[in-house]
Design a protein around this ligand. Structure first.
Ligand code: SIN
Ligand code: FE2
Length: 218
């Protein structure tokens, strides 16, 4: 009698954890069970603090649309980069950090080896096809002892995972809906970015990708 064979692609969409460096890991599909709740919370945040295209200190309009929630929001304008407790567009405090965001950030950080992470801020990025985010370091936070937790929702993208120096050739890491990347420790100031988003349609988000970057900013 022939043994039943498992289809070879049975686990293709299953969890896959990819080490990226010391203190840095891609937790494949970690946020999948929460996808709908996270997207609902994004819509909620955006209703109160609309997505906008910020301007870099050098005067360039960013192609990626951004908003924030939490105790402080990451903003850029002609005067520089900073965390601001208020939304400069409305003068009001940013929407509170949704519980689902904070819980997910704590669990993902713990899974990556950072057991006591408590995010207080979340930058929400919205990428349309053609948008990209050039290589940069996350360095406006007060204490680099805390890791960064980055959640991908919607259209797939290619994460560019660089090194300590901007000139280090980045590794190309595919990111899909529900993936979470955590980086801290020796990788906390690694250069990273997102390659030009390819057009597509996602059943949950339509023609865009969202990214939640959860941080301890203050
Ligand atoms: C960021 O570095 O701020 C965003 C990363 C991403 O969109 O995956
Ligand atoms: Fe970043």
């Amino acid at each position: 009698m022939m043994a039943a064979r498992l289809p070879v692609d049975l686990f293709d969409d299953g969890p896959r954890d990819v080490p990226l460096g010391p203190g840095a890991v891609l937790l494949g599909g970690f946020a999948l069970p929460l996808g709908e709740a996270l997207l609902a919370a994004v819509a909620d945040v955006a209703a109160r603090a609309p997505f906008r295209h910020m301007v870099t200190p050098g005067g360039w309009r960013m192609s990626v649309a951004m908003t924030n929630c939490g105790a402080a929001g990451w903003v850029t304008d002609r005067s520089g980069y900073r965390y601001d407790p208020r939304d400069p567009e409305t003068g009001r405090p940013w929407p509170a950090l949704p519980r689902a965001f904070a819980d997910l950030a704590a669990r993902a950080a713990a899974a990556a080896g950072f057991p006591s992470f408590a995010a207080d801020a979340c930058l929400v990025n919205r990428y349309a096809p053609g948008n990209r985010l050039s290589l940069h370091q996350d360095r406006n936070e007060r204490d680099f002892a805390h890791p960064i937790v980055s959640v991908s929702l919607g259209l797939p993208a290619t994460f560019l995972w660089g090194g300590e120096r901007r000139a280090d050739r980045p590794r190309r890491v595919p990111l899909r809906h529900g993936d979470v990347v955590v980086w801290g420790g020796a990788s906390r100031l690694a250069f990273h970015g997102v390659d030009t988003l390819r057009a597509g349609t996602d059943a949950r988000t339509g023609d865009v990708r969202y990214n939640l970057t959860l941080r301890r900013a203050l």
